[in-house]
Design a protein around this ligand. Sequence first.
Ligand code: HEC
Length: 94
Amino acid sequence: MNEIKLGHVVRALAVFLIAVVMLSAGALAQQVAATTVKPGMRAGDANRGKALYQACAACHSIDENDVGPRHRGVVGRRAGSLPDYGYSAALKGS
Ligand code: HEC
């Protein structure tokens, strides 16, 4: 009798755990979908962009070539196309 009850408890616990895992996976997928930039999307959070860009600024600046090429005009220009930056062959040929 007690063994059967224990079996029920274990099964209920397993179902609960699976439900928790599925819910967390769903929440994670929603978060990923929300942060993916899609074509035609409107301007995002400028302050967040500013904070994120600080990591890039270790190698890039807007107007001068540094470790990485300058970023002004990067949106829309062909990758690896600045005439005064020494790109890798891989990026130049991309
Ligand atoms: C550790 C240094 C470093 C960091 C940090 C870095 N980059 Fe770069 N980036 C480079 C280098 C070096 C190149 C050129 C690579 C090549 O020639 O193959 C480059 C190239 C680029 C290019 C291509 C530009 C062009 O003219 O074709 C873009 C766009 C770019 N990086 C964006 C970013 C962004 C956005 C970040 C931050 C999220 C970032 N980079 C962080 C070093 C860095």
